[in-house]
Design a protein around this ligand. Structure first.
Ligand code: GNV
Length: 459
């Protein structure tokens, strides 16, 4: 159906990739009626008869979250997995006092500046288990007028009790998801680990790419972050021949400190991982790296105006230390999805042919462009140091019975009549003008008013 009428029709239309954006208020319905889901759609009885759920996230408005569940599901057991400590942990738990069905699991953060960025829903129904891996905080503004991404799994059926089958897929989705959740070493997660083990996830076509805080060595070095990406591309990526001239694209809503020049991390270990191809770890140094990040004017002219920048926490202090990034920046443009003015909080990475018609792979993830999220090699490459929890999913053509590359589009009309992977932004990316600057949230913008006629004074 070109214009699906029901949640289930919308879900089916987006298969096999099952990659959606969130609904955006204030844009034409035609950009929300297909390949887009609201949180109420996700939690709707149409998606399944909920028995219990588990919400991994960074920011929570518990009162608001409970209202997103249909009333008959608001008393079902809910486990909240967060990274808060001390007073903010108490504040979070205070929000849940009215709800005796809510329990908490505090993810341990033993490395400085680490955060629990992971955004994932485990939805247990009476007929199976669904996983949603996404990019939105559980607060109203993250689901209002931003561009956010989500991968929605099918309902994974229960394994029959006598089954000896491990219920994993060719992409080892179940093994990797279990390995990620087990890494929390949290007793509150044991029942969810047992539940995942009991379900048949053989239909999962995506690869899990997660990050767990730690100093990972030996075999563990390739389990997480950009070294997992490198391993997956080495085993399942495109041939060097096919993509040797193809650029790599990073798209994100925040940027960490990555050293005074591109050789410190961005264009050495990180770009090497994105540029890895099947059975070749040859450094494709001459391939272009394009970074899509909102400019000051992208934010100023957005639906939310300057306040959209409250979710794009790039500081002038950090920006000033890495001006080399200015050569890589491209504007946020999403005309195809009707979301040029819906500021990105989605993070996505891909490798595409210059004209934007094909992709070798695509990732949607919680991970911004930072060493904290993707990891930094230490001890002469012997260990990968990661500060934060992150999770994303990777789409590789071979697991979707597509030859070596995906045909892609950013036009939902084309996607709905072909089998093309629908991207969240327009391709090819548009380079910043000479005078464009990346959005920085901690400096004033008084010279030009935003969409709502306001200026920005962050003091
Ligand atoms: O979604 C997230 O994981 C995430 C993490 N951090 C922030 C910050 C910050 O860390 O200062 C400021 C504003 C928004 C976010 C945000 O949306």
């Amino acid at each position: 159906a070109i214009n699906p009428q029901t949640i289930n029709e919308k879900f089916l239309q987006a298969q096999p990739y099952s990659f959606f954006l969130t609904k955006v208020s204030g844009i034409s319905d035609k950009y929300n009626n297909t390949y887009a889901m609201d949180i109420k759609d996700l939690l709707s009885p149409s998606m399944g008869n909920l028995v219990a759920s588990c919400q991994f996230n960074f920011m929570f408005d518990i009162g608001w979250l409970m209202k997103q569940y249909p009333s008959q599901f608001r008393t079902k057991p809910l486990l909240i997995v967060h990274g808060e400590q001390g007073a903010s942990k108490n504040a979070l738990q205070g929000q849940a006092i009215p709800y005796n069905n809510i329990k908490f699991c505090q993810a341990k953060l033993e490395i400085m500046y680490g955060t629990h960025h992971t955004k994932m829903m485990l939805l247990l129904y009476d007929n199976g288990l669904r996983i949603v891996i996404h990019t939105s905080n559980l607060i109203q503004q993250d689901w209002h007028q931003k561009t956010q991404g989500m991968w929605i799994s099918p309902i994974f059926p229960k394994l029959s009790d006598i089954s000896k089958d491990k219920g994993d897929s060719v992409t080892n989705f179940k093994r990797d998801l279990l390995e990620y959740i087990q890494a929390y070493k949290a007793h509150q997660l044991k029942e969810w680990i047992d539940l995942i083990m009991k379900h048949d996830m053989s239909s999962a076509k995506v690869v899990v790419v997660g990050s767990v805080p730690g100093r990972h060595v030996d075999r563990s070095k390739s389990l997480w972050g950009h070294m997992k990406l490198r391993k997956v591309l080495y085993e399942h990526g495109p041939s060097q021949e096919t993509v040797k001239t193809w650029p790599m694209i990073g798209q994100f809503s925040s940027i960490g400190s990555m050293g005074p020049n591109k050789e410190n991390w961005l264009c050495s270990e990180w770009k090497q991982s994105l540029g890895t191809t099947k059975s070749s770890s040859m450094v494709s140094s001459n391939n272009r790296l394009m970074l899509i990040f909102p400019s000051r004017h992208n934010v100023r002219l957005s639906l939310e105006g300057y306040p959209a920048g409250g979710s794009i926490p790039y500081t002038a202090k950090t920006a000033q230390k890495q001006l080399f990034l200015n050569d890589f920046f491209h504007l946020w443009k999403s005309e195809g999805r009707g979301r040029t003015r819906a500021m990105p909080h989605i993070k996505s990475y891909c490798r595409t042919i210059q004209d934007g018609s094909k992709a070798a792979w695509f990732i949607v993830t919680s991970a911004n462009l930072s060493k904290a999220a993707w990891g930094a090699l230490e001890k002469k490459g012997a260990q990968l140091m990661i500060r934060s929890y992150e999770i994303g999913v990777m789409f590789l053509p071979k697991f979707f019975e597509e030859g070596e590359v995906f045909p892609i589009t950013s036009d939902p009309g084309i996607a709905s009549t072909t089998n093309k992977l629908l991207l969240p932004y327009d391709l090819p990316p548009t380079l910043y003008d000479k005078k464009d600057r990346p959005w920085m949230w901690d400096i004033p913008y008084m010279d030009l008013p935003d969409t709502n006629g306001n200026v920005w004074c962050p003091f």
